[in-house]
Design a protein around this ligand. Structure first.
Ligand code: ATP
Length: 280
């Protein structure tokens, strides 16, 4: 079974990078095990991402995508392994990592305005004991402008649609201006126009040298837009370019029974079963 082909490619690529120029990754995850209590939910995860790359993290419900993000951010215990950001301990550099959680982790009834939420992105920079300054207010305005929500700056978040709230959360990450962005299903449940708008912003960030890691169930989008794909099924199944990773044996090893292969004319189309997708 060839499921680790993408991984082997990633490893040989990392050796090639080391020759000549100094090795430079934004994010390196080495033999990571992490979970809840002492029980690992993910194990044996090793991959590295360069600045200016967009990585899609795919896998069925419960594969550990959110767990991986929380471990990188230091929100849950790391049971084994190392996580490095620019060659140093990632958890000591939390302000350089921006996180867009799944929508259902957000308390929408909390009485705060759109601009309050986006300003929260500035706090890792300004410190919780200091007051935001003019530069922070300007960063918030720019971030809201970028997601086309400046008109809603004073709106309470409880009054927003799901797609608008996703854009507010993206604006919060933009206002933080991190090196690494971890986005957990940023386009789940939003209309196609909003999806394009969100991906437009992410691609612009990538082109400006940011590292963008996105958990998603939208495999078409990963094929079309992402540089690297990480296939997760509690363990790392494969890591490589979409062309290397989108092969039947790798997708089967990732999705197991959640995967359907459909014949369309003489083409075989692989479909991950998104109907199992629940809102947590
Ligand atoms: P989805 O696609 O549904 O968002 P996921 O790939 O993000 O799924 P995780 O949410 O990371 O998967 O879950 C990985 C495993 O960890 C699952 O078995 C889940 O039940 C378990 N898990 C998640 N959160 C907790 C928690 N707070 N306490 C205990 N176990 C948890």
């Amino acid at each position: 079974m060839n499921a680790d082909v993408g991984m082997q490619r990633a490893e040989s690529e990392s050796l090639a990078v080391g020759a000549g120029s100094p090795r430079h990754y934004c994010l390196e995850v080495q033999d990571l095990a992490a979970g809840y209590g002492n029980q690992p939910a993910i194990d044996g995860i090793t991959f590295a991402v360069r600045p200016g790359q967009m990585v899609g993290v795919i896998g069925p419900n419960g594969a550990g995508k959110t767990t991986l993000f929380k471990a990188i951010l230091g929100l849950i215990p790391v049971l084994r392994g190392r996580i490095l950001l620019h060659d140093a301990d990632a958890h000591a550099q939390r302000a350089m990592m921006g996180y867009l959680p799944q929508l259902d982790e957000i308390h929408r009834t909390f009485p705060v305005s759109v601009s309050d939420v986006v300003m929260m992105g500035r706090y890792p920079r300004i410190g919780w004991s200091r007051r935001p300054g003019a530069g922070d207010a300007s960063a918030v305005r720019q971030a809201l402008e970028r997601v086309d929500l400046l008109d809603h700056a004073r709106t309470q978040i409880g009054k927003l649609s799901g797609g608008q709230l996703q854009r507010v959360l993206l604006a919060r990450v933009l206002a933080q201006d991190p090196h690494l962005l971890l986005l957990d299903e940023p386009v789940s449940g939003v209309d196609t126009t909003t999806q394009h708008a969100i991906f437009g912003v992410l691609e612009e960030l990538r082109d400006n040298g940011k590292t963008v890691v996105v958990a998603t169930h939208d495999l078409n989008c990963v094929v079309e837009r992402f540089d690297q794909v990480l296939c997760l099924s509690k363990r790392l199944v494969a890591y490589g370019s979409p062309a290397d990773v989108f092969r039947e044996e790798i997708l089967e090893a990732t999705y197991g029974s959640h995967l359907m292969v459909v014949k369309v004319g003489d083409r075989r189309v692989v479909v991950a079963d998104e109907h199992h997708h629940r809102r947590k």
